[in-house]
Ligand binder design. Structure first.
Ligand code: UT7
Length: 329
């Protein structure tokens, strides 16, 4: 029997209009454009400023654009997965809110919170649902309003993050393209280095948690940096080895965009020509679950059918992994 595979047949991206520059940040905290560019590699990040709007509003734009581009009726979407650490609310799932806004009423949906590895976890989950034959058309969205959990008085985290959304349509195919293989891993030891202290069931919101600024990202940057550099390269190497891929066979690496130094170190460890390592961190910063679909969206014109793409990410959890895709369009 022919194997059913999950092919990416459309990609969309969206950034809110407002651009927060390094110059503006330098007026908010003790930092400089030079420090941010040298240590992180970010110039601008986009921020969703409108009151009352959340991650679902970013996700709505990309999902509607996919439906329009592919001329698909919303009733054809059987599963919508939203990858996010900034859901509209604790429940219901942001996936269900996006589906409602887009008229998707004939399927199911749920959120995935795997930190900055959200999108690679969402894509793998979607692919497995398709490969099993359970569904044929799935949308995976990465949608983040990171600005709601960034402490704009903390200079060590506020330059890093931005808001944005990206989405892909996955469809069942019998061709030898699409999702080929993945390695996904997690180690809860990472909790102490990267988390949000309050707002969950252990430490619910109180006046005190707000006064103590515990509803923001807490990050021990150097620890996260060390793990990220090692784990993205390790996962990618293991994935390539078990599929007999060498760096010459890889058309492009799409790494999570958290720090330019992490991205270039990962490319070097893998022995990849720098031209194959896709980067857009300077313009958007770290949009968590949205970085990889945004990167795919911006670069899709470069990809040819059959190209081998490797996606890799590292994030809160700790979570990390790598995916091998054969471009299908
Ligand atoms: O996507 C989720 C995963 N997250 C990541 O992958 C992030 C990984 N970590 C990083 O990207 C980096 O560790 C950071 C960008 C967060 C920090 O860069 P770093 O090179 O590790 O800096 P550091 O934390 O070691 O700080 C070096 C110095 C310190 O000053 P002292 O103690 O040496 O005097 C900091 O106070 O830089 C100072 N510093 C700043 N100076 C100017 C920290 N933030 C800033 C700033 N502007 N914005």
């Amino acid at each position: 029997m022919t194997k059913i595979r999950a092919a990416i047949t459309a990609v969309e991206g969206y950034l809110p209009d407002y651009i927060l520059t390094n110059e503006e940040l330098s007026e908010m905290v003790d930092t400089t454009d030079e420090w941010i560019m040298t240590r992180i590699g970010i110039k601008d990040r986009h921020i969703l400023k409108e009151k009352g709007k959340g991650s679902s509003d970013l996700g709505e734009v990309v999902v509607k654009n996919i439906l329009k581009k592919k001329n698909i009726d919303p009733s054809e979407i059987e599963l919508l997965i939203c990858c996010t650490v900034t859901p509209d609310m604790l429940f219901p799932a942001t996936a269900n809110i996006i589906a409602d806004k887009c008229g998707i009423k004939n399927g199911f949906g749920f959120d995935i919170n795997a930190g900055c590895s959200g999108f690679i976890n969402g894509l793998t989950t979607a692919a497995k649902y398709i490969e099993s034959g359970f569904v044929k058309k799935v949308i995976v969205v990465g949608a983040e309003k990171m600005s709601t959990i960034v402490d704009y008085t903390d200079r060590s985290t506020c330059p890093i993050f931005g808001d944005g959304a990206g989405a892909i349509l996955l469809e069942a195919t019998e061709e030898e393209v699409g999702f080929m293989d993945a390695i996904l891993l997690a180690d809860g030891v990472g909790k102490k280095h990267l988390h949000q202290k309050a707002g969950g069931s252990v430490n619910p919101p109180t006046h005190e948690t707000i006064d103590n600024r515990e509803h923001y990202i807490y990050q021990e940057g150097q620890q996260v940096f060390k793990w990220a550099v090692t784990k993205m390269a390790e996962a990618t190497e293991a994935l390539m080895k078990r599929n007999n891929l060498i760096s010459d066979n890889i058309s492009y690496l799409l790494p999570h965009q958290a720090n330019l130094r992490i991205i270039t170190a990962t490319g070097e460890r893998l022995g990849l020509d720098p031209k194959k390592v896709l980067i857009n961190i300077e313009k958007y910063g770290n949009t968590t679950s949205a970085t990889i679909p945004l990167l795919m969206w911006e670069n899709q014109d470069k990809f040819k059918k059959g190209d081998n793409l490797i996606l890799t990410a590292f994030g809160a959890g700790f979570t990390w992994g790598a995916i091998w895709i054969k471009w299908a369009i």
